[in-house]
Write a protein that binds this ligand. Structure first.
Ligand code: MG
Length: 260
């Protein structure tokens, strides 16, 4: 009897948790820097990740820089609240806070939060260093090591503007999904180099729509950033992409629902 009650209690706790989803959503929606806009949350905050999870996005994107003392942290801009990340120590950066009171998350803290659920993938952008290409490669190497250490491989897809960083990530984990952002490589070049796909600017893809078909024929994934206007979302949905990166996940979820 006592065992049955215990089992029931565990079941109730597990099923009432907000992170009860058991497999990753497949709705193409990647919340760009988390789902921040509708609720005015700080971009790249743990709160914006949580919101993307609650919306049921397929992925939540975030950006990673390395501090002067080698700590990987999550932020979009090169500076955090006015303090340059690459030339500041982690301790120095802790003197600043997000507007909602959160501190600057380390990659480990971010991955730990993301791993509490299994519905939303973590789209890990390896930011190119402003200091050197060598440093970009080091950020890529440390990023893959951090993901492996946290056993978060199943959750993580990588994206990067750094071609060299992308190649390093592929070398470090040949099974990793690494997509390229810059838009200066053809699908054939990306395939040859071992990339998973591209995530290119929507305007570039509108000018070169043949790249979408080429990528699909090569078995590469197709994604675009940052698709916010309804007409662009509809145009891109018509191309049957794998993912769409947007600041408007609620709108995109609604458009996709309408097409079912
Ligand atoms: Mg980004």
């Amino acid at each position: 009897m006592r065992f049955a009650l215990f089992t029931l209690l565990i079941f109730i706790i597990a099923s009432s948790a907000s992170f009860a989803q058991k497999s990753f959503h497949q709705n193409k929606v990647i919340a760009h820097r988390g789902a921040w806009k509708a609720n005015d949350l700080p971009q790249n905050s743990l709160a914006s990740l949580k919101q993307a999870v609650e919306l049921g996005c397929e992925g939540s994107e975030f950006d990673v820089w390395m501090t002067a003392d080698g700590v990987l942290v999550v932020n979009h801009d090169a500076d955090f609240e006015g303090m340059e990340i690459e030339t500041s120590t982690y301790e120095q950066l802790l003197t600043k806070k997000h507007e909602n009171g959160e501190k600057l998350a380390t990659v480990e803290e971010y991955l730990k939060a993301g791993k509490k659920q299994k519905g939303t993938k973590l789209i890990f952008e390896i930011k190119p260093s402003k200091i050197s290409v060598e440093r970009s490669i080091e950020v890529a190497e440390k990023s893959v090591l951090a993901v492996k250490k946290m056993r978060a491989e199943k959750w993580v897809d990588y994206i990067t503007f750094s071609y060299e960083g992308g190649l390093k990530a592929i070398e470090m984990d040949p099974k990793a999904n690494v997509a390229y952002l810059t838009g200066d490589k053809t699908p054939a070049e990306l395939k040859e180099a071992g990339f998973f796909g591209f995530d290119y600017n929507i305007n570039l893809l509108k000018q070169n729509p043949q790249w979408i078909k080429e990528a699909q024929e090569l078995g590469l994934t197709v994604n675009a950033w940052t698709v916010n206007k309804e007409e662009d979302l509809k145009w891109f949905l018509d191309q049957n992409p794998d993912f769409i990166t947007t600041d408007e996940p609620e709108l995109l979820l609604k458009l996709i629902e309408e097409r079912k």
